[in-house]
Each structure stands twice: as structure tokens, then as C-alpha cells.
Design a protein. Structure first.
Length: 582
């Protein structure tokens, strides 16, 4: 929690004034029992109505002043807490965005969502409550004890004993419950994971009629969370009855001792009432303090989880270089590249070496799990190589700043992702100042112009979250256009035409081939027809490059590629292509 206090530095005034006004309110509250005692001992005993009314007016004034100070304190506490939560959430979001794919894969999306929402809200609420009660409650408790000593030492000794016993009970329960709150948050992560997977894959679940199975799995995770919360709740619930029992026993002793002292003319009846009132104040404040401690135990668990995210550092160090190679320098070079995912035992790519020249189109094909996506993810440095090097324009990608590197590259991911907003807003992601002419050219190349033309609002057509109002093929074509708008030096298409029909796919490939000669294109596909016209085709099998050459060369020299073509193309077409080899 100490690491998070820095987010209160900008709210020093609020963190001082909030507790200060609460202490002022508490000071007025401590005076109320003395006023009540005076009303009893002077006004009521002497049947002095004027004195009763005067002291009653004094109580109203004390209450009004306390109310004003309380509202002021809550304003400052809320301002500091909300500011704290906002800055913490912003920094956490920025920190998460600095993660490489490796850290995101390790931590998990559902966990990160919980940390930046539920955990931050829990800590923010605790900050608000701490500023309001952390000083006020102890001040009232010990203030009541001191005020009791001013009335009668013998009766006040009960206050000392009770405060010690209550402190032992409260802090004992806190120490027991703290570890379990961390477990509750982990169970919550599991529930969130099930929710996320079920909602994201709802169509697949229904297609396989797995609703009952998924419901049972969710219920199991939910019941685990419920059981843990009930167990912790039962322990925490002991706080209120324990404090009430102890305080009420103390009140009985105060009345018993106070009665003897009144009979002995040591104290007055009004002072006995004041002692009971002070004991009641201790009860109320300790109940508040107990609730605060429960909240603090939860927030400490949440703070620990937030700090775990901050402690997770990106394995990538950003470079500072910016270099553009000469015309004779290959655009992209893979030098004996080895790659494996974090905490994985086996390499996904091994001893991979090839060059891609400026303006060249490179096709990448292979079976599922052969490492195609892993290969192209190394070019924009979404992952770092485990061995060897990837060079762009003759310089290692690890020496580039992320912005300089990724400004060179246009990426169309395997899963088409569009964001809520207009088509124009999505097109401007790669180039903020792109003109309508540039956008229309990109749409034309991506075979997406008809999508816009068929919409009543054209480029101003609203896209729903995740592109729900578009088909899979439409989303793919628009994501390709978005990458083309930035006019990249390197264009990566990661199986981005899988939802397109063969005719549209053919027109798309032709349009991309006729683009500027300076653009180096990487096309990843499961279709042989998509990559067959590439200048060179890289064939991957179980992380190794088993072939590299043109379509006709690979039909002769690469058995894996030959088998892929036979599985997708007609034997006659394969035979005719093979005859082209001289």
C-alpha cells in the first residue's frame, strides 16, 4: 500500500484538511455529554427551564457546527480519493500498455481487467474512508477515555481495560481474515475468466450445445467464490457482536460503579449519564473502526495485487535509433532467429534465416502451429527473439524506438478488430491527417470501397463496438484499408483474407501487387492460392523453414508445400504449375 501513497502527493491539502475537519467535528461531539450532564445536574435538579433551554441551544449549535465540519471533511476526503483513484487507474493503464505480448500472455486479460477496475475501486473507497475515520475514531475512543478520567478515575479505569480488550479482538480478527481476502480476489478472477470466455465464445457454445456444461462450470467457480466469501464474512461478522457484548458489559460496570459513587456523593447523576454516553460513543466509533479495518484488509489485498502488476516489468527495452537503409540493403533480414514464448520449454521458431527486399512480396505458409504468426510478430517487435536477430533497413529492431519501428509497418491482424466510432475515425488510426482521397484509395485497394458506398452516411457511418454491424469479410477488408492508409514501408497481412471469397481475395491480391514498388509485403495464409503468386514463399513446418522459393520451385523441391497444394488445388493445376520448372 505504501507504494500507492505517491498518488496522493497532488492532494496534500485535501489529505490534511479532510482529517483535520473530522477531528474538529469529533471535538464538538466530545463536548455533548458534558452539556447533557450540566442539563441534568443544574437545569433539571434546580428546575431551571431557562438553563435547560440555553444548554439545549448550545447542543444545537455544537451539532450544527459538527455537521458543517463533517460535510467539509467528506468533501476533501472524496476529492482526494477520487483524484487518487483516477491517477492510479491512469498509471496502471499506461503501465499495462507498455507490456509486451509476453507479459499480457503471462498475467492474462481477465486478471488485468480485475486489477484496473475492481481492485482500484476497492483501494479508492478505502482511501476515502481512511481520511474520514482513521484519525476520528481513535480520537473519539481515547478522547472519551480522557474525558472519563476528568469525571471519575475509578470509573475511567474500565475504559482503559475495555479499549485494550477491544483492540485485541479487532486486530486478532483482522490478522485472521487478511490472507483470505486475497484468496477471494483470486476466486473473483476465475469467475471473470469464465464470464469473459463464455460471452466471447457464445456462438461456439450454442453451436455445440454446451450451454448446460458452461453453466455448470460457471456455477462451480461462482460457488467457490461464494463459499470463500461466506467463510470470510462469518469471521468478519464476529466483530460487531463481540464489540457490542464487551461495550454493554462495560456500560453495566460503569452504571454499577457510578451508582456507588453517586451514593457516596463523589460524582453526580449527570456525570454518570455522561460516562454512559462516552461509553456509547466508544461503541459507535469502534464499530466504525471495525468496518474500516475490514475494508482495509480487502484494500490491502487489492493493493498487493495492483503492485504485482506494477512490479511486472516489460522484458523489452525501447531503443533510440532511427535509420533508413540504402537501396541495396534488404528491407527485412532474419539472421538465425530462434524464438520461444515466456516460460515455454520448446522453441516455436528455430534457426530461421531469410531476406526480404524492398518491394518484394513474401508469402508465408504452413500447417497450424507451424509458427507463421510468431514469425511476423517478431518484425514489429511484439515479441523479442530468443536468439539471433531481426533487422529492418540493416538495423536490429531492438535498437529502434517503438514509434519509429511501427511507423514503418502496417499490420492487419489475424482477428479483424474495429473500434466503436465512424469508418473515418477507424481509417485515421494509422495517419491522423489522411485526406479523403488517401482513405478512398486505401478502401479501393482493400476492395472495401463498395462497403462505404452502400452505406447512407459513407465514411461517417457508425461502427458498433467490435464491428457488430459488419460481416466478417467487411471487417477484414476495412482493417486492411486501415493499414494501407498509413502508407507503410512494410505491410503484414496475417491470414487477413480468410473470410473473403476467392474472387474478392484474388482482386485484393492483384491490387496489393500493383501498389507502390517500395512496399515490402508479407502475406500469411493457409491458402496456397493466396501466396502462389508471391515473389518468394517461405514454408514452415514445426517452427523450421523447410522451403523458400517461388511457387513452381517449391512444387518440385519442397514436399510439405507440394502436399499443401495437392490438398487445396486440383491435381491438374498442380501438374501444370510443376511443368513450368525448367
Amino acid at each position: 500500500m505504501n507504494k500507492l501513497f505517491k498518488y496522493l502527493r497532488g492532494y496534500k491539502k485535501e489529505t490534511i484538511l479532510g482529517p483535520l475537519f473530522k477531528l474538529l467535528e469529533a471535538s464538538f461531539e466530545l463536548l455533548i455529554p458534558l452539556v447533557v450532564a450540566d442539563i441534568i445536574d443544574v437545569g433539571i435538579r434546580n428546575n431551571d427551564i431557562d438553563h435547560v433551554l440555553m444548554m439545549g441551544a448550545a447542543m444545537v449549535l455544537l451539532g450544527t457546527a459538527g455537521l458543517i465540519f463533517s460535510i467539509t471533511a467528506q468533501y476533501y476526503a472524496a476529492k482526494a480519493a477520487v483524484g487518487f483513484g483516477t491517477e492510479l487507474r491512469n498509471d496502471l493503464f499506461i503501465h499495462i500498455n507498455e507490456f509486451s505480448y509476453s507479459e499480457i500472455d503471462t498475467l492474462g486479460t481477465s486478471t488485468l481487467i480485475t486489477r484496473i477496475t475492481s481492485d482500484v475501486n476497492q483501494v479508492q473507497t478505502s482511501v476515502n474512508m481512511v481520511l474520514r475515520l482513521f484519525l476520528r475514531s481513535p480520537f473519539i475512543v481515547f478522547g472519551s477515555m480522557i474525558m472519563a478520567f476528568t469525571i471519575n478515575v475509578r470509573a475511567a479505569l474500565i475504559f482503559v481495560i475495555i479499549i485494550a480488550v477491544l483492540s485485541f479482538a479487532i486486530f486478532g480478527i483482522m490478522l485472521i481474515t487478511l490472507p483470505y481476502y486475497s484468496k477471494v480476489q483470486k476466486k473473483l478472477d476465475q469467475v471473470l475468466l469464465y464470464v469473459r470466455e463464455s460471452l466471447a465464445g457464445v456462438r461456439v457454445i450454442r453451436a455445440f450445445n454446451r450451454q448446460d456444461h458452461e453453466t455448470k462450470e460457471f456455477n462451480k467457480a461462482n460457488q467457490d467464490l461464494r463459499s470463500m466469501q461466506i467463510f470470510v464474512g462469518k469471521i468478519s461478522a464476529l466483530l460487531n457482536p463481540i464489540t457490542y457484548v464487551i461495550i454493554n458489559i462495560a456500560i453495566i460496570f460503569v452504571i454499577w460503579i457510578g451508582g456507588h459513587e453517586v451514593n457516596n456523593a463523589v460524582i453526580t447523576q449527570g456525570e454518570v449519564v455522561a460516562l454512559v454516553n462516552y461509553m456509547s460513543q466508544i461503541l459507535v466509533e469502534l464499530v466504525k473502526l471495525a468496518s474500516l479495518i475490514i475494508m482495509l484488509t480487502k484494500s490491502l489485498a487489492s493493493a498487493k495485487r495492483i503492485n504485482q502488476v506494477f512490479d511486472e516489468k516489460s522484458t523489452m527495452e525501447e531503443g533510440t535509433g532511427n535509420f533508413s537503409g540504402g537501396k541495396r540493403v534488404p528491407k527485412v533480414i532474419f539472421e538465425k532467429v530462434n524464438f520461444k514464448y515466456k516460460e515455454a520449454k520448446e522453441y516455436v521458431l528455430e534457426s530461421l534465416s531469410f531476406q526480404a527486399l524492398k518491394g518484394e512480396t513474401i508469402g508465408i505458409i504452413g500447417g497450424t502451429g507451424s509458427g507463421k504468426s510468431s514469425l511476423i510478430n517478431l518484425i514489429p517487435r511484439f515479441y523479442d527473439v530468443s536468439g539471433g536477430a531481426v533487422l529492418i533497413d540493416g538495423m536490429d529492431v531492438r535498437k529502434y524506438s517503438f514509434q519509429k519501428l511501427r511507423d514503418k509497418i502496417g499490420i492487419v491482424p489475424q482477428k479483424a478488430v474495429l473500434f466503436s466510432g465512424t469508418i473515418r475515425e477507424n481509417m485515421l488510426w494509422g495517419k491522423k491527417d489522411a485526406t479523403d482521397e488517401e482513405i478512398n484509395l486505401a478502401l479501393e485497394i482493400a476492395q472495401a470501397k463498395e462497403i462505404v458506398e452502400n452505406k447512407e452516411d459513407g465514411l461517417e457511418t457508425r461502427i458498433l463496438q467490435g464491428g457488430k454491424n459488419l460481416s466478417g469479410g467487411q471487417k477484414q477488408r476495412l482493417t486492411i484499408a486501415r493499414a494501407l492508409v498509413k502508407n507503410p514501408e512494410i505491410l503484414i497481412l496475417d491470414d487477413s483474407a480468410s473470410a473473403l471469397d476467392f474472387a474478392t481475395d484474388a482482386r485484393l491480391r492483384k491490387a496489393i501487387h500493383e501498389m507502390s514498388e517500395d512496399v515490402t509485403v508479407f502475406i500469411v495464409s493457409q491458402r496456397a492460392s493466396t501466396v502462389k503468386n508471391a515473389d518468394r514463399i517461405i514454408v514452415l513446418d514445426d517452427g523450421e523453414m523447410v522451403g523458400c522459393g517461388t511457387h513452381v520451385q517449391l512444387l518440385k523441391d519442397c514436399e510439405v508445400y507440394h502436399e499443401i497444394c495437392l490438398s487445396q488445388l486440383s491435381e491438374e493445376e498442380v501438374r501444370q504449375d510443376a511443368k513450368k520448372v525448367e
